[in-house]
Write a protein that binds this ligand. Structure first.
Ligand code: HEM
Length: 418
């Protein structure tokens, strides 16, 4: 558990509900764009009750229904990406796939959050929003360090004066660009449904200002673009480690044949149709486990004297860097079965079941509890963390999960602690 500072009161730390520990976010989240000028977002807000209200208010933008409405926006950028990769692949010897994936996810999250892509897939020059936002994030981290280390607070401004000045300017610019983008979207009537559609429909004007919406929108791009691009790049990297000349079945060849067996055309590949592909799901989960895009334990406040979580440490894997063999399914409608998985290990079905369970319970790439990732369904992992099966209330589990403030409410995890 990470302890950066001490909390004011027991209630601040644990929240109102007995039996549920909810650790408050650390001061790490207080600097950077918007939070630094007192306008907090769903990510930077540290007060439990205010965050709960924000999460309730924003949850409509992340429901399964909203994601389906937004699908056209996502596929428009995916089409641009596929075209670009085709052109680059045929014209030049090599290109940087990580950068191209970053362009893809910035365009998608930019379009969803502000109503227009950044044009990153169509331009060599990064959009001003993208370049200044990277600096703005760094500024948040530096503010946190300065707050925590008194000596550095004295020395850094002397050593890095001009750099810090530039970071501050870029943070201001990021706030301005985000605010202007939100204002022009508010002024524009459009039928295109993105995050802002729900956020604007659901807002109470006396409580939620345009600046507050700009803070959310800006942080949604930051939270959603780098994480998703990192996951895709990691999955691709590990898939390409397979020996393409191998005569045995590799992870790549099994994945390719699952996709080609199921889809007849490119147009058939959608959010809903990919959610039910078991091997694709396993590959993405494994990439998230091996290369979690948020590898830090997100900073939380620990009470004076420290604390434990249920008195136990989480179970850990013995060999965290070893790629797990992806389980072979004995009966499935998709993909090949009973084939060698290329891991050179002989596994019985019961062993592979255990492996899957260990992976999905030990790895929490989207975090847990009330500060759990709101965009996990959008990141196309609905099937991995909240299968969209109907619940007794008639709502899908991913809809419930999007609204829930505890994993228990979401019915996703037996853990008592959030
Ligand atoms: C593979 C992709 C993703 C991963 C691994 C991921 C992971 C995470 C993690 C670990 C957190 C907790 C961070 C903390 O406590 O500081 C988080 C929070 C969050 N994520 Fe994601 N994320 C992903 C994609 C997205 C996307 C696409 C969006 C939306 C565009 C998004 C929106 C959010 C939001 C709004 C929060 C804050 C939730 C809250 O505090 O209530 N994420 N994410």
């Amino acid at each position: 558990m990470v302890s950066f500072n001490t909390a004011q009161s027991w209630k601040d730390i644990y929240g109102a509900r007995p039996g549920h520990k909810t650790f408050v976010k650390g001061e790490f989240y207080s600097g950077g764009s918007f939070a630094g000028i007192g306008t907090t977002s769903i990510i930077s807000e540290r007060r439990l009750e205010v965050h709960k209200q924000m999460r309730d208010y924003l949850s409509g933008a992340f429901s399964d229904r909203a994601i389906l409405e937004q699908e056209k926006i996502v596929t428009a950028s995916v089409d641009d990406f596929i075209r670009l990769v085709g052109v680059l692949g045929s014209q030049i010897e090599w290109f940087n796939m990580s950068t191209t994936l970053q362009s893809l996810t910035c365009d998608i999250t930019g379009d969803l959050s502000f109503g227009a892509t950044f044009g990153a897939l169509k331009s060599e020059e990064p959009h001003p929003w993208i370049s200044v936002s990277l600096e703005a994030m760094t500024q948040g981290e530096i503010v946190d360090v300065l707050n925590r280390f008194a000596i550095l607070a004295k020395v850094l401004p002397v050593l890095m004066g001009s750099k810090l000045k530039k970071l501050t300017e870029n943070t201001k610019k990021n706030e301005e660009l985000s605010y202007n983008a939100v204002q022009s979207r508010v002024a524009r009537k459009t039928k295109r449904r993105n995050f802002l559609t729900r956020i604007l429909e659901d807002r109470d004007l006396s409580v939620v200002t345009d600046r507050a919406i700009a803070a959310h929108a800006s942080d949604l791009v930051t939270a959603g673009s780098d994480t998703t691009a990192t996951t895709l790049a990691a999955a691709l990297y590990y898939l390409l480690q397979d020996d393409s000349s191998s005569t045995t079945t590799t992870t790549m060849s099994r994945l390719t044949s699952e996709i080609r067996n199921v889809f007849n055309s490119y147009a058939d590949i959608t959010y809903s149709s990919t959610a039910s592909l078991p091997y694709l799901r396993a590959v993405i989960l494994e990439a998230l486990r091996l290369y979690p895009p948020v590898p830090i334990g997100p900073p939380r406040v620990v009470p004076d004297g420290g604390d434990t979580v249920d008195g136990i440490f989480p179970r850990a894997k013995h060999e965290p860097h070893r790629r797990l063999p992806i389980p072979r399914r004995t009966s499935t409608t998709h993909g090949p079965s009973n084939q060698n998985d290329g891991s050179n290990q002989t596994q019985t079905p019961s062993t592979t079941t255990t492996t899957t369970t260990a992976t999905s319970t030990a790895a929490k790439p989207f975090s847990l509890g009330p500060r759990r990732c709101m965009g996990r369904n959008l990141a196309c992992f609905a099937s991995t963390c909240a299968p969209p099966s109907p619940s007794s209330s008639g709502r899908t589990t991913s809809e419930l999960a999007a609204d829930a403030h505890t994993v228990e409410e979401a019915g996703l995890d037996g853990s008592r602690y959030e």
